[in-house]
Design a protein around this ligand. Structure first.
Ligand code: FAD
Ligand code: DHB
Length: 399
């Protein structure tokens, strides 16, 4: 038996994009359903991004999601860039006229949003299976899924948002031949750890070492997060905790500064890729976040882009569904893609400048070092980095 129902917006995926979209639509009086194939506990525990642009922080505050972020988030006015054994500080506030970034984990944003949506009486169906989107050539697309109890549902919607991440089903549900893909692979991965040890540094450290990139970041005053460049096909089983700490110390330590180690609560290897699918819309199916684009993590842009997409999308859907105005929905893909391509370039640039390409020769290595020296010695070059890192495109949403 299939249960039929109807809503205004069907949202596939309870990641940050799908959850924030549901929240923003509710602020505009628009009803939605969110379907998610994982459990609530899984979504709330998945370790991913941590760094929010100033505009993302301001958006979350404006829409009433800033309380815990303001209490627990860690504001940073700059970063360290380390190469050739020396550490250099970039002061974002000075370079950009006051802009900053905040460390507040994606998992915490997801927890805050799930709690707020459920408290407001919203429907989030966790642990669904066989999600499908159909009737895409009509003004009444349908969302089909089987709920956790095994009942099949068919929801008639005015619009569907594919917020289902890179491996979701919405992108591939678009008509064949519509989507153009632009992509790059990278010949390395990131090994990321979460460790119960206070951060060893006041700011994040991005380090180019001749044996590979390393990043020191953090989650709380008691918890550190660190990343290491490893070969693309590396097996996490080959990385004991001792080996990870030894390599992190080897790459990150400079005279007079030691990396504190501690017990590792989580470790995983993530591949790196750049991927942009366009257009991000077919009629009343809209893609947002990782469903449409992926950046390598070096520029810390993926989460910020996902939240920016749905901010634009919420406004477009409001115009479409409440005022009957199609203009903003028609512009959604182009509006989002200009931000996406700026972040794609920045993420590619940071990645290429800081990682050791196993195929690079002396020429490639010297170009990287020359670029790094330029960034720390030219105010114009440092400002370019700071402006992109803290968020180049302003985000607005009236609460
Ligand atoms: P997701 O978070 O992937 O959410 C998609 C959801 O859809 C998932 O919950 C998935 O289970 C669900 N789903 C998939 N298929 C279906 C289906 N068929 N039916 C129902 N549900 C489905 N970004 C930053 O901005 N800053 C950083 O510092 C940063 N660091 C990162 C570090 C790592 C190690 C990684 C892996 C990523 C990092 N990112 C960072 C990227 C960031 O985490 C992602 O860009 C972000 O999760 C995208 O959010 P999303 O909601 O679009 O997709
Ligand atoms: C974090 C991740 C990143 O990719 C980055 O560039 C900065 C911070 C983080 O997980 O904190």
């Amino acid at each position: 038996m299939t249960v039929s129902s109807r809503t205004q917006v069907g949202i596939v995926g309870a990641g940050p994009a799908g959850l924030l979209l549901s929240h923003l639509l509710a602020l505009r009086g628009i009803e939605s359903i969110v379907v998610e194939n994982r459990s609530r506990a899984y979504c709330e525990a998945r370790q991913r991004a941590g760094l929010l642009e100033a505009g993302t922080v301001e958006l979350l505050r404006t829409v009433g999601m800033g309380e815990r972020m303001d209490a627990e988030g860690l504001e940073h006015g700059g970063i360290y860039l380390q190469f050739e054994g020396e550490r250099h500080h970039l002061d974002f506030r000075d370079l950009t006229g006051g802009r900053w970034v905040t460390i507040y984990a994606q998992t915490e944003i997801v927890k805050d949003l799930i709690r707020a949506r459920l408290a407001a009486g919203a429907t989030i169906e966790f642990e669904v299976s066989d999600t499908e989107v159909g009737d895409l050539d009509t003004e009444r697309p349908v969302l089909r899924f089987t709920d956790a109890g095994g009942t099949r549902h068919e929801v008639a919607c005015d619009a569907i948002a594919g917020c289902d991440g890179f491996h979701g089903i919405c992108r591939d549900s678009m008509p064949p031949g519509l989507i153009q893909v632009a992509e790059r692979g990278y010949p390395y991965s990131w090994l990321g750890i979460l460790a119960s040890v206070p951060p060893s540094s006041d700011e994040l450290i991005y380090c180019r070492h001749e044996d590979g990139f390393a990043l020191h970041t953090m989650r709380t005053p008691q918890v550190s997060r660190l990343y290491l460049q490893v070969p693309a096909d590396e097996d996490i089983e080959d990385w004991s905790d001792d080996r990870i700490w030894a390599e992190l110390k080897h790459r990150l330590e400079v005279p007079g500064w030691e990396l504190k180690d501690g017990s590792i609560s989580e470790k995983a290897i993530s591949p790196m890729r750049s991927f942009v699918a366009s257009p991000m819309r077919y009629r009343r199916l809209f893609l947002a976040g990782d469903a449409a684009h992926i950046v390598p993590p070096t520029g810390a842009k993926g989460l910020n882009l996902a939240l920016a997409d749905v901010t634009v999308l919420a406004k477009a859907l409001t115009s479409l569904l409440k005022e009957g105005l199609a203009g903003p929905a028609d512009a959604y893909s182009d509006t989002s893609l200009s931000r996406v391509w700026r972040a794609t370039h920045f993420s590619w640039w940071m990645t290429s400048m800081l990682h050791v390409d196993p195929h690079a020769d002396q020429f490639g290595a010297q170009l990287q070092l020359s670029q790094l020296r330029y960034v720390i010695s030219s105010r114009a070059a440092a400002t370019t980095l700071a402006e992109n890192y803290t968020g180049y495109f302003p985000l607005t949403f009236q609460a």
